[in-house]
Design a protein around this ligand. Sequence first.
Ligand code: SAM
Length: 314
Amino acid sequence: MLPTDSAKRLSFKRNVSDGDLVIVYERHDNMKAVKVCESAVLQNRFGVFKHSDWIGKPFGSKVFSNKGGFVYLLAPTPELWTLVLSHRTQILYIADISFVIMYLEIVPGCLVLESGTGSGSLCTSLARAVAPFGHVYTFDFHEQRAASAREDFERTGLSSLVTVGVRDIQGQGFPTEFTGKADSVFLDLPQPWLAIPSVGKMLKQDGILCSFSPCIEQVQRSCETLTSNFTDIRTFEVLLRTYEVREVKMNSFQGYEGCCSITIEFPPCKRRHRPTEESDELKDSSPPVVMARPSSEARGHTGYLTFARLKCLA
Ligand code: SAM
């Protein structure tokens, strides 16, 4: 069986073409998604970048503006898409997403049900995990959100792996056509316990459910409902700790708690050794070190992830 077009678009060993979606990277916290159009330009604080200069370059290339400024052109992976997508709702981020995909045991070929679709952040990663032969059916009761998600999946080239439906999953449950067919189900709903009886019908034997809830009271109600049909019920909170990596001079370094240092070799740099009014020769002679310390802007609580496996009836 040949991989689908979507699956091919998920492998990025290729060059930028007219019409492609690229992630224009300035810094790790400054990226945007841009559709390449031969006649268009991108303008930012570094100058004017002609899209025509990008066409034919490999993804990952550094490209220059009329003023000599530069950006990188990155392929639109699900990881980057989560960082650049338009937020129409709260979204799941990479730490929760990776945990969900691992614990739901999602592999190529799986059939996954999801509700709500929201901004499609998790769904983009689900689509890649089931590619090339699986499928994600995602439902949101908000028509405009569902339509915007469909447009995004077209842009990211995932539309043959994802079907977006409009449905009140808490009120109606998942469509009966999926009964006994889902390998896993993911819920990000305000009252997930209302959808759990339907999830029990949709899952294959041994299938797994994950429900994401920001509040512990939601988790408690979900767990109460889960006990009748599910086993191996476990709740996790994923707290990601990120570190800022900075280059500092040993002489000016006073030390701070919780930081570790790595001394690294730098190539000769005239500018670094030139004395200035602020830095004397003594400071400049000290070896530079790279410091890593916990980021002050680290994301804290996002939500609780409750996993449960459908009880075997036999
Ligand atoms: N996990 C998504 C992501 O990563 O982008 C975000 C989901 S968002 C927080 C929750 C979504 O659930 C909203 O888009 C909302 O419209 C949808 N929703 C709320 N109640 C619903 C219901 N009864 N049936 C279907 N969707 C519902």
